[in-house]
Design a protein around this ligand. Structure first.
Ligand code: GLA
Length: 412
């Protein structure tokens, strides 16, 4: 897509289309559409998950007060009642892995409630989240080390200790860590990042300087053929099996974060509930649109149980702050039409009311959470105009007056 044209493209959030499939003529045709999808049946994602994540607001500079404060605002503002329920801790929570037994240790200064005697446990934290009627999410990586360890310029919030102690990712510890996070600590959601399988080759400066052990990359964002798809699939399959074992009631959600690499769109639905389609969103209009583009033509890969994930919402910052309400509404409407997870990414303790109303818009949420689970299709696509159509379960016909054209220029 031409990003320059898209910058001013009027974005049309268009509503439902009458959709009536006729199957009568197809009874004997083995290639006839069955109107059934094969999708992930484990986990809890019949509709796209909704909630909040610490990453866009805080990066690795997280602590218990920031996270619980945002969770409290979700409850107080009535957003929990509208479906926002996952409170996800992203990268930055881990202090180290104890070498004697491989047990993960939480940063005690940032999560004081995790220190109970000699133990390090998130159970008091997840108990608080659950007592608020919400669900708790945690973060890990497919490799030995995480994305912030690979890309952060500062050591302040990174794991501490020896090379082995700083190996906080799942690699070689899948069964142990998933049992700890779900059975012991009580989490309901895990985001599994992929930098550990992408950024720690022998040529990486942090590996060459001895900071981290080398792990030959099997994920290549530029090339499917340079990715080792079976190796990546095998790890996710093991994570998936461990989740089912440790959460036999099926109350879990697995978020795949390999940014569309390794042809994940074709197989992500076999192992997880949501799957990132692009690199990270930033609080800029053009970047939001490029993340939108990464999922906009993948409607056949999103359905109840497994959804495309163009990344978390950036409403509350930069081009989507309180001075840019049109842009914030556009971002929210587009994510709704894509059936994207609605994961807020702002410090909700200080989020202005106008923005709270955007993320709390019940009509837009209903489009996203519609039971039919049809991701919008680009029905018309020209240089300066796109029309998206999302067939709803009700089969409602669109009315001309329901077509909302957004301005061609931003309100800056
Ligand atoms: C990657 C992911 C982000 C975030 C960071 C954490 O970049 O794509 O969403 O989790 O890692 O370091």
């Amino acid at each position: 897509m031409q990003k320059l044209n898209l910058r001013w493209k009027p974005l049309l959030a268009l509503l439902p289309l009458w959709f009536a499939a006729s199957t009568s003529h197809a009874a004997n045709d083995p290639l006839a559409p069955t109107a059934r999808w094969s999708a992930y049946t484990a986990g809890r994602a019949l509709t796209p998950p909704m909630g909040w994540s610490s990453w866009n607001a805080f990066g690795t500079d997280i602590d218990e007060a920031k996270i619980l404060g945002s969770a409290q605002r979700i409850v107080d503002a009535g957003l929990a009642a509208k479906g926002y329920r996952y409170i996800n801790i992203d990268d930055g929570w881990a202090l180290q892995r104890r070498v004697s037994d491989g047990h993960m240790v939480i940063r005690p200064d940032r999560f004081p409630s995790s220190v109970t005697g000699n133990a390090s446990t998130f159970r008091p934290f997840t108990d608080k989240i659950h007592a608020m009627g919400l669900k708790a999410g945690i973060y890990s990586d497919l490799g030995r080390n995480t994305c912030s360890q690979a890309y952060s310029g500062s050591e302040t919030d990174l794991p501490k200790g020896s090379v082995l102690e700083r190996e906080v990712g799942l690699y070689g510890h899948i069964d142990q860590d998933i049992a700890l996070y779900f059975a012991d600590w009580g989490f309901d959601f895990i985001k599994v990042d992929g930098c550990g399988l992408r950024a720690y080759g022998p040529a990486s400066p942090k590996v060459r300087s001895g900071q981290y052990r080398a792990l030959p990359p099997v994920l290549d964002l530029e090339s499917v053929s340079r990715s080792d798809i079976p190796a990546v699939q095998a790890e996710f399959a093991q994570i998936n099996a461990a989740l089912k074992r440790n959460k036999p009631d099926g109350d879990f959600l697995l978020s795949l974060c390999i940014w569309g690499a390794a042809d994940v769109r074709a197989w992500g639905k076999n192992v997880g509930n949501i799957s990132r389609t692009s690199d990270d969103i930033t609080p800029y209009w053009n970047r939001m649109l490029s993340n939108f583009d990464s999922a906009a033509r993948r409607e056949l890969y999103g359905h109840p149980g497994s959804w495309n994930d163009p990344d978390m919402l950036y409403i509350g910052k930069g081009d989507f702050d309180a001075d840019h309400l049109v842009e914030a509404r556009s971002h929210f409407s587009l994510w709704a039409m894509l059936n994207a997870p609605l994961m807020m990414g702002a410090d909700l303790r200080t989020m202005p009311q106008e923005l709270m109303e955007i993320v709390g818009n019940a009509d837009v949420i209903a489009v996203n959470q519609d039971a039919a689970g049809n991701q919008a299709t680009l029905a018309y696509d020209a240089d300066d105009l796109q029309i998206m159509v999302k067939p709803l379960a009700s089969g409602k016909k669109p009315l001309p007056s329901s077509t909302a054209e957004l301005p061609r220029s931003r309100s800056t």
